[in-house]
Design a protein around this ligand. Structure first.
Ligand SMILES: Cc1cc2nc3c(=O)[nH]c(=O)nc-3n(C[C@H](O)[C@H](O)[C@H](O)COP(=O)(O)OP(=O)(O)OC[C@H]3O[C@@H](n4cnc5c(N)ncnc54)[C@H](O)[C@@H]3O)c2cc1C
Length: 464
C-alpha cells in the first residue's frame, strides 16, 4: 500500500454519488468525536444513514468449538451501541442496527436508498479487508479511511512496508524523527439528516431498548474487585463513559505511577484501562494522546506518562505490522516461512480454557478471564506462554479463546501479541516463555490473586 493512500482522512471532499445519500457503516469506531471517516462522510452527504451490522458469524461456533464473541463482550458492545445511538440522536440522526453480514445488509440498504456510496473506517485485517472487497464486488463505492492509529502511517520516517522488525527500532525511529499524533478533530455538532426508511428490505432490526445488564458468572470470589468491572456505569461501553474515565484518569496521580504499577494483577487502578474503549473505537487514540499531553503540561511529565506513550506505540506498531504483512500474520506458521506448524492438544486446551490445568497461577488467570472478560497484561503473557510453551497447543486456539472472552478484544493487538509470544512474528528472538512459578513468586507473592480466583481452599497445597 502506498504512502499517500494511507494518509489519515483520505476521503474526497465531495462524493461523486448517484444522489447525495451515503451509508455510514460503523465498524470498530463507535464514536462521534475524532472520527475522521464519519466527519468526512458527514461533510459531503446531504443525507447520511448510520448503520451497524450484527454479523451472525460472531455468535456462531468456529472450528475451535466456541463462538467468536462471548457474553461479556457482547454486553459491553451493546452498551456502546446504545450510547452511540444517543449521541447520534443528539445530533439529529440515529443508529440503524441490523442483523446480518455487511456484505448482505449494505447492498440491500443501498438499493432501498437509491445510493451506491458507503463510507467507513479502514481495517487492515484479512476478514475486514474481504468484507470491503465483497461490497465493491456488489457494485458499491466504498470510501474507507484509516483512523485507528495514534500516528498517521503516511508520516512515519519509513515506508510502512519497511517497518522495523523489532519494536524498539520502530520506537527509536519515531522518536528521533519527532513524529507526533495530529490534534484530534473537534466533536461533530450535527449530522446530515437520516433518510427515512419505511421498510427495511427483508432485514431484522436490532436494539433500541435498554441495554440488558449481564452479571459476571456467580460463584467466583472476588468479582467485586474485578480489574475492569464493565457492569458498573463508569466502566460501561461507549464514548461517554470512555471520556469520563479518560478525564478522571489524567486528573489523578495514576499516570505518574503507571510505570511501577502497570504489572499489577488486581484492582481498577494499576493500569489505565483504556483498552476496552480503544478496542470498540469509543475512544480515539489521538484523544488519549491529547489528554496525556495536557496532563504533562498541568502535572509535569514523568516516567509514568512517558511509559503510557510507549505502550500506546505498541498498539500502533501491531497495526502497522498488519499494513505491512496483512493476512500472512494469520497463518498457522505466522511469518516464519520455514517454521513447522504448531502442535495441538485438544484436552490440554480445554483444561486451559476452564482454568483446570493444575498450575494454580495459570488457572487463577483463566478463571478471572472467564468470570469477568478481563485479564491484566502480565497474566495475558503468563497464560499465553503456558498454553504454547508448556502445554504444546496451537497459538491460534489461544488467540481465539481470548477473542471470545476479552471485553477489549482487538484483532491487531491480540494477533500481534500471540505471535510475539509464540515466536512467529517479526521479532527474531524466537518466542517468549514465562515461568509461571517464577511469575507467581514475583507478582503474587502473598498468594492473594490465586486465593481470589481459585478460592482459598483450592489454592492450598497447589503448585506455586
Ligand atoms: C496474549 C496477549 C493478547 C492480548 N490481546 C489484546 C487485545 O485483544 N486487545 C488489546 O487491546 N490488548 C491486548 N493485549 C495487550 C495488553 O495486554 C492490553 O492492551 C492491556 O493489558 C490493556 O490494559 P490497559 O488499557 O490498562 O493497558 P495499559 O497498560 O494502561 O496501556 C495503555 C494502552 O497501551 C496499549 N497497550 C499496552 N500494552 C500493549 C500491548 N502489549 N500490545 C498492544 N497494545 C498495548 C493499549 O492500548 C492500552 O490500553 C494482549 C496482550 C497479550 C500478551
Amino acid at each position: 500500500m502506498g504512502r499517500s493512500a494511507l494518509l489519515l482522512g483520505a476521503l474526497p471532499a465531495r462524493p461523486q454519488a448517484r444522489g447525495d445519500g451515503v451509508i455510514y457503516w460503523f465498524r470498530t469506531d463507535l464514536r462521534v468525536g475524532d472520527n475522521l471517516a464519519l466527519a468526512a462522510a458527514s461533510a459531503s452527504a446531504a443525507r447520511l444513514l448510520p448503520v451497524y451490522c450484527h454479523d451472525p458469524a460472531a455468535d456462531t461456533p468456529t472450528r475451535w468449538g466456541f463462538t467468536r464473541r462471548g457474553a461479556h463482550r457482547r454486553t459491553f458492545l451493546d452498551a456502546a451501541l446504545t450510547d452511540l445511538d444517543a449521541a447520534l440522536r443528539a445530533r439529529g440522526s440515529r443508529l440503524l442496527q441490523v442483523r446480518g453480514a455487511a456484505a448482505d445488509v449494505l447492498p440491500a440498504l443501498a438499493r432501498a436508498l437509491g445510493t451506491d456510496r458507503v463510507a467507513c473506517e479502514a481495517i487492515a485485517a484479512p476478514e475486514e479487508v474481504d468484507e470491503l472487497a465483497s461490497l465493491r464486488a456488489a457494485g458499491l463505492q466504498v470510501q474507507a479511511v484509516w483512523q485507528s492509529t495514534m500516528l498517521d502511517p503516511g508520516l512515519l520516517p519509513f515506508e510502512v512496508e519497511a517497518l522495523p522488525k523489532v519494536f524498539t527500532d520502530f520506537r527509536r525511529a519515531v522518536e528521533m524523527a519527532g513524529v507526533l499524533p495530529a490534534a484530534p478533530l473537534a466533536p461533530l455538532a450535527a449530522l446530515p439528516p437520516c433518510p427515512s426508511l419505511d421498510q427495511l428490505p427483508g432485514m431484522v432490526q436490532v436494539g433500541g431498548g435498554p441495554c440488558q445488564a449481564l452479571r459476571p458468572e456467580r460463584g467466583y470470589e472476588g468479582c467485586g474487585e474485578a480489574a475492569f468491572p464493565w457492569w458498573r456505569p463508569e466502566f460501561a461501553g461507549g464514548e461517554r463513559a470512555a471520556l469520563a474515565h479518560l478525564a478522571s484518569y489524567f486528573a489523578s496521580a495514576r499516570p505518574r505511577h503507571y510505570k511501577v504499577t502497570r504489572n499489577g494483577l488486581s484492582g481498577v487502578d494499576f493500569s489505565s484501562k483504556f483498552s476496552p474503549w480503544l478496542a470498540q473505537g469509543a475512544l480515539s487514540p489521538r484523544v488519549v494522546f491529547a489528554a496525556l499531553r495536557r496532563h504533562e503540561a498541568e502535572q509535569g511529565a514523568s516516567d509514568g506518562s512517558y511509559w503510557l506513550w510507549f505502550e500506546l506505540l505498541w498498539r500502533d506498531y501491531f497495526r502497522f505490522l498488519h499494513l505491512q504483512h496483512g493476512r500472512r500474520l494469520y497463518r498457522a506458521r505466522g511469518l516464519g516461512d520455514g517454521a513447522s506448524p504448531p502442535a495441538h492438544d485438544p484436552a490440554a486446551f480445554e483444561a486451559w480454557c476452564a482454568g483446570r490445568t493444575g498450575q494454580a497461577f495459570v488457572d487463577a488467570g483463566m478463571r478471572e478471564l472467564a468470570a469477568t472478560g478481563w485479564l491484566s497484561n502480565r497474566m495475558r503473557q503468563v497464560v499465553a506462554s503456558y498454553l504454547i510453551h508448556d502445554l504444546g497447543c496451537d497459538w491460534r486456539a489461544g488467540a481465539a479463546w481470548f477473542e471470545a472472552q476479552l471485553v477489549d478484544y482487538d484483532t491487531y493487538s491480540n494477533q500481534g501479541n500471540w505471535l510475539y509470544i509464540a515466536g512467529r512474528g517479526t521479532d527474531p528472538r524466537g518466542g517468549r516463555r514465562f515461568d509461571p512459578d517464577g511469575q507467581a513468586a514475583r507478582y503474587d507473592a502473598d498468594g492473594d490473586y490465586r486465593a481470589r480466583w481459585l478460592g482459598a481452599h483450592r489454592h492450598a497445597g497447589r503448585s506455586a
